[in-house]
Design a protein around this ligand. Structure first.
Ligand SMILES: C[S@@+](CC[C@H](N)C(=O)[O-])C[C@H]1O[C@@H](n2cnc3c(N)ncnc32)[C@H](O)[C@@H]1O
Length: 270
């Protein structure tokens, strides 16, 4: 099965070279740049190395994301779609969940890296080239959609468009999971549209047909500090324990104080 074939249940048309959607407003240029920037072999080849996402790397942020997503996807029995799957770093760790895992990306270069890294068997994961704004899938097909390091880069007008399309392919009560920028210093250069408070995020998703059911904080400073020796010594179990502290114990504080330094939104289709 090649990367471009999308002949499984749920795929309703062949990829015909991915036509960009009509997007207007301030988000249009960001969306174009996001689509264009990863269509480059060097960018794709070095993507994981530059961000500590390789299998041998021990990254607190990556481990925390995987812990939170594993908890959120634990009850999913139907098919899972990951939009903007990139090099497949999350797909590698999450493909055991659900009743089938499909990864979609617009960049052939990123998909080629994903294909190299993800061992594919009869149950997938299936890698499909396509545009997240015009998904080549039937309505109500997936039980969960994951979209990381993608939705958070897009401004509010673009997010409205993407929510509509993701909602279309999600089944009733389906889950949408994505990461969002919070209020830590490193995201200070971000605009307030990108750095959402939990309350603003809740209102935004509700206006777009979803209910925010859970927020996982993935950037707690306590976890950063606790994990230093484990990261230094490359002890993954210690780093995971620090991530677990953030996911299980500290996440409710993000909702309580309506401030998150960065996290994951779990939303249900209304
Ligand atoms: C920052 S990378 C994130 C990759 C992966 N989700 C992760 O968390 O590592 C952004 C990805 O979005 C993909 N992308 C950008 N625009 C897209 C679009 N309109 N439809 C599908 N994928 C898109 C890029 O090709 C790239 O692989």
């Amino acid at each position: 099965m090649g990367v471009n074939e999308n002949n499984r249940a749920g795929a309703e048309k062949k990829d015909k070279g991915v036509k960009p959607p009509e997007t207007t407003g301030a988000s249009a240029e960001v969306i174009r740049a996001l689509r264009r920037n990863y269509q480059d072999e060097v960018v794709a080849r070095t993507y994981e190395e530059e961000r500590d996402f390789r299998e041998g790397d021990v990254s607190l942020h990556y481990e925390t994301e995987v812990l939170a997503l594993s908890e959120a996807l634990g009850g999913v029995r139907g098919e899972i779609l990951e939009v903007a799957v990139g090099t497949g770093r999350l797909c590698r760790r999450l493909r055991r969940f659900g009743g089938g895992y499909t990864g979609l990306d617009v960049s052939m270069q990123m998909l080629s890296e994903a294909k190299k890294a993800v061992c594919r068997d009869a149950n997938g994961p299936w890698l499909v080239r396509g545009d997240a704004f015009q998904l080549p899938f039937k309505d109500n097909h997936f039980e969960a959609v994951v979209g990381f390091r993608f939705i958070k880069h897009i401004g509010p007008d673009g997010r409205k468009v993407i929510y509509t399309e993701l909602r279309r392919v999600l089944d009733d009560d389906g889950l949408l999971l994505f990461d969002f920028y919070g209020w830590r210093r490193r995201s200070a250069k971000k605009t307030d549209d990108e750095r959402l408070t939990v309350g603003a995020l809740r209102s935004e998703v509700e206006e777009n047909g979803f209910r925010l059911i859970k927020v996982y904080g993935t950037r707690h400073m306590v976890c950063d500090v606790v994990s230093v020796p484990f990261r230094w010594l490359k002890i993954r179990s210690g780093v995971r324990a620090a991530g677990w502290l953030g996911v299980k114990m500290l996440s409710p504080l993000d909702e309580f104080f309506d401030r998150s330094r960065g996290g994951i939104a779990v939303c249900k289709k209304l």
